[in-house]
Design a binder for this molecule. Structure first.
Ligand code: SF4
Length: 195
């Protein structure tokens, strides 16, 4: 296993790694105390739909990748679970949840109001639930379409999905670089001005 801290030789002080180890242990303990776990254990194999598979669907002819942590059928409903291991249980993930709901609706041919999503915050044991009413799926779809359009506007030959690297600026938000998987390839990283 390679962690980003190892790959990039990032300093991690004793206090930090101990806190992370404790958090990981708390997440595992909370997982085993989830009331939901009994339901999951008792599901028939025919009720399980997906477990951490990389899949995709299309919006405006563009492939959108999704990987559901866990997904199962209950009567005529579909339940999507998303495990969160971070400390905060307050960040807004409604865009991610909305995209999952759109994927599930298309994949299993069911109406959005038959889809229920549950975020499980393993560090605190709290959960947050969503349904089609709380998600504003039309707004999510519009956001994704606009985002696709913005990226396609930067392509030099859109019909061939061809891009010139020089048309894409480096992010000015350097906190993004800290967790970026492409830092070793990124000229901004190599030129040493990513700090
Ligand atoms: S390392 Fe490069 S590619 Fe990654 S977020 Fe920063 S600027 Fe973007």
């Amino acid at each position: 296993m390679g962690l980003v801290e190892h790959e990039y030789q990032l300093p991690v002080n004793d206090e930090e790694w101990r806190a992370l180890a404790t958090q990981a242990q708390t997440c595992v303990e909370n997982f085993y105390h989830l009331p939901l776990l009994n339901r999951l254990k008792n599901l028939d194999s025919s009720e399980w739909l997906e477990l951490e598979e990389l899949n995709s669907f299309q919006i405006d002819g563009c492939k959108i990748w999704v990987s559901l942590d866990a997904c199962y059928r209950r009567d005529d409903q579909i339940i999507l679970l998303d495990w969160k291991t971070g400390k905060s249980d307050e960040a807004d993930h409604s865009l991610q949840m909305g995209i999952y709901a759109m994927y599930a609706s298309e994949k299993w041919g069911i109406k959005p109001d038959q889809i229920f999503l549950k975020e499980v915050f393993l560090a605190t044991g709290k959960t947050r639930e969503y349904d089609s009413k709380s998600l504003d799926l039309e707004g999510v779809q519009n956001y994704v379409k606009e985002s696709i359009q913005q990226m396609q506007n930067l392509l030099s030959r859109p019909e061939q999905n061809h891009a010139e690297e020089s048309n894409f600026n480096f992010t000015e938000d350097t906190t993004q670089c800290a967790q970026c998987n492409f830092r070793k390839l990124c000229p901004k990283w190599h030129s040493g001005d990513s700090e």
